[in-house]
Each structure stands twice: as C-alpha cells, then as structure tokens.
Design a binder for this molecule. Structure first.
Ligand SMILES: [Fe+2]
Length: 254
C-alpha cells in the first residue's frame, strides 16, 4: 500500500459555517477583506508555530525558486476570499496557514523535474502532480498542522470530479481546498511563468468564471467577483504578501 495514501473520505471538511449562512452575509468592501487578511497574518503569540510554518514555506520557495512568493500570495488571496465568504477570525487563521502550505509537498519532488525548462515527460508530470499527496502526508504527521493536510492533498481536485489525486467532486472536496484552488489558479494566471505571459486580474477572473461549476466551486468564484472588481485589489494582495514575507526574512536574517 502506498505509504502516502490517505483515504479520501476519511477526513471531513473543516467545521465552518453552513453554506446557506454565507449566502446571507452582506458583501463588504475591499479594505475590510484586506484588513482581515493582514490581521490573521500578524505574528501569533505562539511564535514557534509561526516559525515552523514560515520555515516550511521558505523550503518550498527554495525548492521551486521561479515560483517564490506564490505561497504567500495564494495565502492572502485565499484569506480575502474566506473573509468575503463570511468566515470568522479562527477559520481565516486556519485558511491562511492551509493556503501557505498548500504546495509543501513540492519539497519531495525531485528539483531537477521542478526546475526543468521546457515540457515535462508524462512520467515527470506525474511526479509533479504527486506534490498534493506528499503535502497531505507531511502535514498529517505534524499534529499542529494536520488541519492543513486536506487543502494540501486536494487543492488540485475539480468541482466536476475529474481533478487529482482522488477525483473528489463538489462538496466532497474540503472547503479550504476549494478556496485554495481558486486562489492558486488566480495567482498562477496573473504571474509570469516560463511558458507564458501573465494575464490581468480581470482576464483571469473571466477565465475562472468560465470554469465556475466545472473546475471550480461556483460559490467561491462568485465571492471573488467583488474583490477583483475593486480598484487596487492586485496591489493590496502584493503588498500584504510582501509584508508577511519580509517579516520572515528579517526574523531569520541574524
Ligand atoms: Fe499545487
């Protein structure tokens, strides 16, 4: 048996408010969601926990340097999405950390594959895709971070059930994973990658809307609309993510 295997239905979605409750939440302005993201990103009293998370993220950035900063931006985007969906502070803190660590499994993917220029072979692509399984397995073994394991394992699942690694569909995909999937795709499309140019936030949102109900949870995509449409959204995401990253760099500079 694969030692990394996790029974897909053995872990329940994070205990958060019912979907119907979110639908009634009054939409708030961008500044509110930015301030929520900044607030839950502030250093915790338990700095050992923060350092553990920050070190793991730094390892991901070092393993895949061309995508350095991706984890922090996805975390800010996901937290703002969670705020837009009406999550409370505790739920947002879990979401922030789960999003920061969604790609932690990359540290077990051979760097020569992760950093390869040009197209990947079928076997190499399969090795990269295993980062979700690896990430879930790593986090599940660390009691303080086990809550983040489902988002790591299932952030490449699709709403229509044809994603990976387990082919989960709809609400069977844990909510944190569904939110991270949207934030992950948004950052990927708006960042320069070796194989293509970045597109604008508005263009990326239109692509996400096209995939709403197919690749992505429609509710999560709908929560993104008011954020992307607000002036200064992209700059706010970059600023909060940059501030959090810089804080960790300073704390480890000595
Ligand atoms: Fe990923």
């Amino acid at each position: 048996m694969d030692r990394h295997a996790i029974e897909p239905r053995s872990e329940q979605p994070a205990p958060i408010a019912a979907r119907s409750a979110w639908m009634t939440v009054e939409p708030r302005d961008l500044a509110h969601h930015v301030s929520m993201a900044a607030a839950v990103s502030a250093p915790e009293a338990n700095s050992g926990f923060d350092h553990l998370v920050d070190e793991l993220v730094a390892q991901v950035d070092a393993t895949d340097p061309r995508q350095a900063g991706h984890s922090h931006r996805v975390s800010v985007l996901a937290t703002m999405l969670g705020s837009s969906l009406g999550m409370d502070q505790r739920e947002l803190r879990d979401l922030r950390v789960a999003a920061l660590l969604h790609d932690v499994g990359k540290i077990l993917v051979p760097t020569e594959i992760l950093r390869k220029d040009g197209p990947l072979s079928v076997l190499e692509a399969a090795a990269v895709r295993r980062h979700g399984i690896y990430g879930g397995s790593i986090l599940r073994r660390i009691p303080a971070l086990a809550f983040a394991a489902p988002a790591a394992r299932w952030h490449h699942e699709r709403w229509d059930g044809i994603g990976y690694p387990d082919g989960l569909a709809g609400n069977a995909i844990p909510l944190l994973a569904r939110i991270v999937a949207v934030a992950d795709a948004l950052d990927a499309m708006t960042s320069v990658r070796p194989y293509r140019e970045a597109i604008s936030m508005q263009e990326a949102f239109m692509e996400l809307e096209e995939q709403s109900g197919a690749q992505f949870d429609p509710l999560v995509v709908s929560a993104l609309g008011p954020l992307v449409g607000a002036p200064g959204f992209e700059a706010e995401v970059a600023e909060v993510a940059g501030t959090v990253r810089a804080r960790f760099s300073l704390s480890t500079a000595a």
